[in-house]
Design a protein around this ligand. Structure first.
Ligand code: MG
Length: 383
C-alpha cells in the first residue's frame, strides 16, 4: 500500500491579519507548514508528501522547508483559485506516482497526532473515505441581525478535521468531475456518492485561524518554567585580627578570618549556591586561590560574577538565604546591614534576601571558636 499525503498550503490566510500567510508563520523553530509536513514524514505509513502552494509563495516555501532533503517530499505544485482547484492540482501531480491512498490535510493544522493519521488509514481498509471529527460541545443557535432565532439540535453534528483520507483513484475521479468549490474533500466524496467513515479527531489538531490561535500554538511549544535550587557551604578559620567581613559587612571582633580573599564566608557560600543552581561548578573554579588577582579581593566580585552568569543563562535569582554558624561575634545586630549589603551587590530587593545565624551549642570547630561556617540556598527561576 502506497500512502501519499497532500498538504494544501495555497491559501492566503487573511483572517490572521498579517502579511505573511499563516502557514508560513514562525512556530517553534520552524513554521506552521513545516510542523504539518513533519507530522506526515514522522508517520511510518507515509511514502510521499505533495504540497500545494500559492504561485507567489515559492520563496516562503523554500525558506520554510529548508531542512535536510527527504526523498518522500515531492517538489511543490501551484494551486488554483479555489481550495478544490488546489486539491485537484495536487492530486494530478500525485497521479503518476499511483498511490493507493491519499490523506488530504490543511497546512494550518500543525499539531497532527500520529494516532489520528493511523485511525484514518485504518478506516480506509473498510471504506473508500474517512475523516477525523470531534463532537460539538457548545449549544448551537441560529441568529439573524444579532438576535437569536432558534436552537439547532446538536444530535448527529460533528466538527470536521483533516487529514481526510481517500482511496486515491476514487477521489481523483471525484475531483475531476466535481464542478465548483467545496467546503472540504468529504463534500466532494459525498457528491460522488462514497461512504465516508468518521474516526476520532483530536483537540490538538485544531486549525490555526486567527492571531489568537497562532499565539496559543506558540505558547504550547514554549519550554515549561525552570525553577532551580542550589546550595553552598563554606568555612574559614579565625586568625589574629580586629574584624571579620561577613556578607559584605565589616564586623568588629577580637580576631580576623583567614583566607586568600577577604574571607567572607557568607558571600562564598551564597556564590556557590548560585553556581550550584546553574550547574557551573564552584567559586574555586571561577576564582582559583592560586590566582594572585584574588588576593585580599572583596568577595562582592565573586557574588557579582555568579549573578551575571545567572542572568546570561536567562535565570532570575528570586531568593538568597544564608545561615552563619559561630559562637562569636553576635550576628543578629548586624543582620539588617548584611541584607542591605547583599541587596546592593546583587541588585535584588532586600525582601528576597535572608541572613540568619546560629551557634553550634559549643560543639565542633565552630563551638570551640576556631572559625565560622556558612550555609546558603539560592533559588533561580527561568520563566
Ligand atoms: Mg571561602
Amino acid at each position: 500500500m502506497r500512502t501519499a499525503a497532500l498538504i494544501v498550503a495555497a491559501g492566503r490566510g487573511r483572517r490572521l491579519g498579517a502579511e505573511t500567510p499563516k502557514q508560513y508563520q514562525p512556530l517553534g523553530r520552524s513554521t506552521v507548514l513545516a510542523h504539518a509536513v513533519r507530522a506526515f514524514l514522522d508517520h511510518r505509513a507515509t511514502d510521499l508528501v505533495q504540497i500545494v502552494i500559492h504561485p507567489q509563495d515559492r520563496d516562503l516555501y523554500a525558506a520554510s522547508l529548508s531542512g535536510p532533503p527527504d526523498l518522500r517530499l515531492l517538489p511543490p505544485v501551484a494551486g488554483g483559485v479555489t481550495r478544490s482547484a488546489s486539491v485537484l492540482a495536487g492530486l494530478e501531480a500525485l497521479a503518476p506516482q499511483a498511490p493507493d491512498r491519499v490523506l488530504i490535510h490543511d497546512a494550518a493544522r500543525p499539531f497532527l497526532p500520529a494516532e489520528v493519521v493511523s485511525a484514518v488509514l485504518a478506516a480506509l481498509d473498510e471504506a473508500p473515505a474517512a475523516f477525523p471529527v470531534l463532537p460539538v460541545a457548545d449549544a448551537l443557535w441560529r441568529a439573524q441581525d444579532g438576535l437569536a432565532t432558534e436552537p439547532v439540535p446538536r444530535d448527529g453534528l460533528w466538527r470536521a478535521q483533516t487529514p481526510q483520507g481517500f482511496r486515491f483513484p476514487e477521489i481523483l475521479a471525484a475531483h475531476r468531475s466535481h464542478a465548483g468549490d467545496a467546503a472540504d474533500d468529504v463534500a466532494v466524496a459525498r457528491a460522488a456518492g462514497f461512504a465516508v467513515r468518521l474516526v476520532p479527531g483530536a483537540e490538538a489538531n485544531d486549525k490555526i485561524t486567527d492571531a489568537a490561535d497562532l499565539a496559543r500554538a506558540r505558547r504550547s511549544l514554549e519550554p515549561p518554567m525552570d525553577i532551580r535550587t542550589g546550595n553552598g557551604f563554606d568555612v574559614h578559620a579565625f586568625c589574629p585580627g580586629a574584624s571579620v567581613t561577613l556578607c559584605g559587612v565589616e564586623v568588629p571582633h577580637d580576631r580576623g578570618l583567614l583566607g586568600h580573599s577577604d574571607a567572607d564566608v557568607g558571600i562564598h557560600a551564597l556564590t556557590d549556591a548560585i553556581f550550584g543552581a546553574l550547574g557551573e561548578g564552584d567559586i574555586g573554579r571561577w576564582f582559583p586561590p592560586s590566582d594572585p588577582r584574588w588576593k585580599g579581593a572583596a568577595s562582592a566580585i565573586f557574588l557579582g560574577k555568579a549573578m551575571e552568569r545567572a542572568r546570561l543563562a536567562g535565570f532570575a535569582v528570586t531568593h538568597l538565604d544564608c545561615t552563619l554558624v559561630c559562637e562569636t561575634p553576635k550576628i543578629g545586630p548586624h543582620a539588617p546591614a548584611m541584607r542591605a549589603s547583599l541587596a546592593a551587590i546583587t541588585a535584588l530587593d532586600p525582601e528576597r534576601i535572608s541572613v540568619k545565624a546560629t551557634t553550634s551549642e559549643r560543639l565542633g570547630f565552630t563551638g570551640r571558636g576556631e572559625g565560622i561556617a556558612a550555609l546558603a540556598t539560592a533559588t533561580l527561576v527561568r520563566p
